[in-house]
Design a protein around this ligand. Structure first.
Ligand code: F0G
Length: 476
């Protein structure tokens, strides 16, 4: 049963009974079960990078919560209403109305996913000499900014860098540093200040309304643009309602609306809290900027009333963006993630605490203290979870964020995390119990695990396609 011992923070409403999945299953998708021997061969063929595995080689896929949601009967029904007209489709009108009502921004640009919205906005606002400041830039955000020639600086609060530190809003931005950075670089050099809610790369941790309000105040004072990366804003709203005084009686939707209205615009990947398999958007207050982005949208994504999406995709998104605020859904969503985190914690698996919204993050450096960061302990854990249980997940450490100095020596990431991301409405509690059992097995022989070496890597976003080999030592 999901318990509430995650922290001493007022976290979830107390429930006497198990939190059940608040849905029945209407369609099923078969999982292919594999043996350890088969998985050893599959992983070798995939150069020890689970991104290179085929999905049918995976038993439980916790690689991402993005685009992996199960859609509801209502969303599938809406798909039949899709208006596939090139211009002025009814499906666009419906989606635009839902997004305007939620965000309050007058200018909405549809995109096929979040990074397309990032690309439109950050290539306009970026360029050499520009600086972007965030609680933590997600990898595609950072890549889009750096690709434009600008710099991306992360300023989470100090607690965010300590996996064991308990804080109710560990996703918050360090606002004193924000003031200092604006003073240091000059307001005219700041491309944007970006608040990522929840803070994905920082452990799926929430951002408080008070923090968003302070970021907004500072940005307005200096005339700096404030953008919300809103892809998990409904999950963030759950934490605010249950942890931040003054929000107990607000609905999740009202909380999200209040946060959107503090910013000058947003980018959103609807593949998360939009509960769809594809889709995203850019929302802006500024007409001039919206027109500039729209020109690039039409060149690169599609016409302004579909932006790379089919009409049916926009229908599913319009429904998903409303369903996600259902209180029973959000309660199930956050407590079921906490269930996995708390069980791993009980086993002695070092995790980022408190547990975040969409994922449990394991501290791989603490799990495998004998593996040096140059041999990527996170990659070792990712590989061993696959070998032991056919579970696929993602390293968020020095493979994803590591850089090299001039001598070619690794500058490691701040943390070596492994993310177990939970797709929305897809897995039941027994799937999650299987993940917990697999961790129990790995705990038995964790001192025998070995690290990895990179044998090939691309210049950007290397974690997707890098190839590895075992760094020697005992085969686990
Ligand atoms: N911003 C955040 C905070 C994200 O987590 C993601 C995607 C994006 C932007 C980009 O959106 O994928 O639709 O282009 N995160 C996925 C993940 C990939 O696995 O966390 P996208």
């Amino acid at each position: 049963m999901p318990d509430n011992r995650n922290s001493n923070i007022n976290f979830h409403p107390m429930h006497q009974k198990v939190t059940i999945e608040p849905f029945r299953i209407k369609v099923v998708e078969q999982i292919r079960l594999t043996t350890r021997e088969q998985r050893e061969a599959f992983l070798r063929q995939a150069a020890y990078n689970p991104f290179l595995l085929k999905s049918e080689q995976v038993i439980i896929d916790l690689l991402t919560d993005s685009g992996t949601s199960a859609m509801s009967a209502e969303q599938w029904a809406a798909i039949m209403r899709g208006d596939e007209s090139y211009a002025g489709a009814r499906s666009w009108e419906r989606l635009e109305a839902v997004i305007k009502d939620l965000t309050g921004y007058p200018y909405i640009l549809p995109t096929h996913q979040g990074r397309a919205a990032e690309h439109l906005l950050y290539t306009r606002l970026g360029g050499p000499g520009k600086v972007f400041i965030s609680n933590t830039h997600f990898d595609t955000t950072r890549a889009n900014i750096e690709f434009s020639g600008a710099r991306a600086i992360d300023i989470p609060i100090p607690e965010a860098r300590r996996p064991e530190a308990i804080h109710p809003f560990k996703g918050n931005m360090d606002t004193a540093r924000l003031e200092a950075l604006i003073a240091q670089h000059g307001a005219d050099k700041i491309g944007a200040v970006i608040l990522t809610v929840t803070n994905n790369s920082g452990g799926g941790q929430p951002v408080s309304m008070a923090n968003a309000r302070e970021v907004s105040r500072i940005c307005r004072k200096h005339g700096v643009r404030f953008i919300l990366d809103a892809c998990r804003i409904a999950e963030n709203a759950y934490f605010i309602k249950h942890r931040e005084p003054g929000y107990e009686d607000k609905s999740y939707r009202e909380i999200a609306q209040e946060m959107f209205r503090l910013a000058d615009g947003c980018v959103m990947s609807a593949k998360k809290d939009g509960l769809v398999n594809i889709g995203g958007f850019l929302g802006l207050n500024d007409l001039e900027l919206a027109l500039q982005c729209r020109t690039v949208l039409i060149i690169t994504e599609g016409y302004a009333t579909y932006g790379g999406l089919a009409g049916r995709d926009m229908e599913a998104m319009a429904v998903g963006l409303q369903e996600v605020f259902d209180p029973d859904y959000l309660h199930y969503r956050i407590t079921s993630t906490a269930y996995l985190g708390n069980k791993l914690d009980e086993l002695g698996v070092p995790i980022v605490r408190p547990v975040g919204g969409h994922a449990v993050y394991v501290d791989a450096r603490a799990f495998y203290p004998h593996i040096p960061v140059e041999q990527y302990p996170g990659q070792a854990l990712v590989c061993n979870l696959y070998l032991e249980g056919g579970i696929r997940c993602c390293e968020i450490g020095s493979v994803m964020f590591g850089k090299y100095d001039e001598q070619g020596k690794l500058i490691p990431a701040a943390m070596e995390l492994v993310r177990l991301a939970i797709p929305r409405r897809v897995y039941t509690q027994s799937h999650i119990d299987y993940v917990i059992e697999t961790f129990a097995e790995l705990m038995q022989h964790r001192d025998k695990a070995h690290g990895f070496r990179i044998t090939w890597e691309p210049p950007f976003l290397r974690h997707f396609t890098a190839r590895f080999e075992p760094a020697g030592g005992a085969e686990d």
